[in-house]
Design a protein around this ligand. Structure first.
Ligand code: SF4
Ligand code: SF3
Length: 543
């Protein structure tokens, strides 16, 4: 196996024996072959579209789900991968027949073998370094595009569940997969494709923002209890608001409380979700603490998207996956034909487990500062800037992770000037969101903008403030301190580059899939910087 798609990759270069995330070589290899197959499918699909043929929504969903499955900490189940591989061949065969001909590139001509052993042997052809003659910078740009497509597909999957789709993005995903097989493309052409991946990422987040805001009302400030209440409960983790809504509907009146976990915490800001009184709070912190936090939990857990870690014996009888998430041996809640899900098994188990024995004292933190709410305050915020009461804005956000050097983000947030505002998003916020930062000019100093996909919201906020001041985003007293871990963060970063944001500080380490030349391109054109120490970075920001 070889995988270097996430920030915790072994030795900072690549996982080769077993993933640090728990991914086995078997899964990693099948994921390579699945993506290889998606490229072959896209080869045919793009040409059929060019001929004026319409593609079935099921084909698009298959591509989205497959890419999402291969994102870090999503699916660890060999059965799911094998079944997806077999489906990929069926789809490719159908497209070949419709195309009435055969394309000659290896991804298009390859036919999935019959037996498991043969399939595993075939996976070598799909490895990242299979084509030894490929220019290393082109390989690197292709990897960034591929990983960006994974993030885009995760967001598109979430939007689709709410019946929203951005067809331009769908077309781009197919086009990009097809172009990833085109060895005639120059480095410059691949870079152009990379920048368009950022555009697609921005657009899919815009669609998901619309889906969430129109379905559940735009978030408004809301206090969330981060301590527990007495009684039976279910903890819901991941990003999928529709799953949370269905869970709240099915637990209504049953005496089962619902807690958000990880990236689900911003749900408390949405009117259509916070109206349920049994959505009582948030349990725990970011994903990397789940094995400790879920251990012997007297309630159930539902994982709707990333990040899933190996379920421990102490709770593997009370955790369920849904959507494309999976772990061999862990129970899964499927989507029914009508799009609904049946959570009754979890509800019964939660009642049987009995829940927390006592109320803990209430401790509340604020969420709900999406672009609508924050821009609604923009006149007051800008008055405070003009009066010299607010000196600077920071966006400190992105993924969290297990490495100890991630305490940079806590230390950075604590070291920011007392007259600055911190906009935060994604699970990296757990590094500091329960600390008391107080207020500045009547505003809370930390504004929770939402999940990782809400980096769209952060862009809207920055653009809205810049517009009112008649300047560009890069002229604002604003610094972006971004933390990455998985491939949604790659998509988010590309979206930020697409809108022209410069001077992003990225950490805790730089991606292993970026070559020195590609990094130089990003530094020269976007002033992308690795983080140093909070003291050094703050000194540079205010120099
Ligand atoms: Fe390693 Fe990350 Fe790939 Fe897992 S996802 S195998 S930790 S690089
Ligand atoms: Fe976190 Fe996994 Fe990326 Fe949505 S939940 S940000 S790491």
């Amino acid at each position: 196996m070889f995988c270097f798609q996430c920030e915790q990759t072994a030795k900072g270069t690549g996982c080769t024996i077993q993933g640090v995330c728990g991914k086995t070589a078997e899964i990693a290899n099948m994921q390579d072959l699945l993506i290889y197959q998606l490229k072959g499918i896209a080869n045919y699909a793009v040409r059929l579209k060019d001929l004026g043929q319409t593609l079935e929504p099921s084909l698009i969903e298959f591509i989205e789900d497959s890419l999402f499955m291969t994102l870090t900490n999503v699916n660890f189940d060999p059965k799911d991968h094998l079944s997806q591989l077999r489906k990929s061949q069926e789809i490719k065969e159908e497209l070949k027949i419709r195309f009435n001909g055969e394309l000659m590139n290896p991804e298009a001509t390859y036919t999935l073998s019959d037996t498991y052993e043969e399939i595993m042997e075939d996976t070598t052809r799909a490895r990242i370094f299979f084509d030894e003659d490929l220019d290393e910078d082109i390989r690197s740009v292709r990897e960034v595009i591929k990983l960006g497509l994974k993030g885009i597909s995760a967001y598109a999957h979430q939007a689709r569940f709410l019946e929203y789709e951005n067809e331009e993005v769908t077309d781009f995903v197919l086009e990009a997969l097809d172009k990833l097989t085109d060895n005639a493309l120059t480095l410059e052409e691949n870079i152009a494709l990379l920048l368009r991946t950022g555009e697609a990422s921005y657009k899919v987040m815009e669609t998901l923002d619309r889906a969430n805001n129109e379905t559940y009302e735009a978030p408004t400030p809301h206090k969330v209890n981060v301590n527990v209440k007495k009684g039976p409960f279910i903890v819901i983790s991941g990003h999928d608001l529709r799953d949370l809504e269905m869970l709240l509907q099915q637990t209504e009146g049953k005496g089962v409380n619902v807690y958000t976990h990880g990236e689900m915490i911003p749900s408390h800001g949405y009117g259509g979700l916070k109206k349920y009184p049994h959505l009582v709070g948030n349990y725990g912190g970011a994903w990397q603490n789940q094995q400790k936090e879920f251990s012997n939990l007297p309630g159930c857990i539902l994982m709707t998207t990333n990040c899933l870690m190996r379920p421990m014996k102490s709770y593997d009888d009370r955790i369920w996956s849904t959507n494309v998430v999976g772990w061999d041996g862990i129970r899964h809640v499927p989507k029914k034909e009508d799009g609904t899900k049946d959570f009754s098994e979890l509800i019964e188990k939660a009642l049987e487990l009995g829940g927390f024995p006592e109320d803990e004292p209430v401790k509340e933190i604020l969420v709900g500062f999406g672009h609508k709410t924050t821009l609604g305050l923009s006149d007051k915020i800008l008055d405070a800037v003009k009066d010299g009461k607010i000196s600077h804005f920071f966006v400190i956000g992105g993924c969290d992770g297990a490495k100890p050097d991630r305490d940079y983000y806590t230390r950075f947030a604590l070291a920011t000037p007392k007259d600055s505002i911190i906009l935060t998003l994604a699970c990296g916020k757990y590094r500091f969101n329960k600390l008391d930062f107080g207020e500045v000019a009547g505003f809370p100093r930390v504004l929770d903008v939402g999940q990782c996909n809400d980096s769209y919201s952060a862009i809207r906020i920055a653009a809205g403030l810049a517009e009112k001041l008649g300047v560009t985003v890069n002229d604002l007293p604003l610094s972006l301190i971004i933390t990455w871990y998985e491939q949604k963060a790659v998509a988010d970063l590309l979206a930020l580059l697409f809108v022209g944001v410069k001077g992003i500080r990225l950490g805790p380490t730089l991606p292993a899939f970026v070559t020195p030349n590609v990094l130089k391109f990003l530094q020269d054109n976007y002033d992308l910087k690795p983080i140093k120490t909070p003291e050094e970075d703050l000194a540079e920001i205010f120099a």
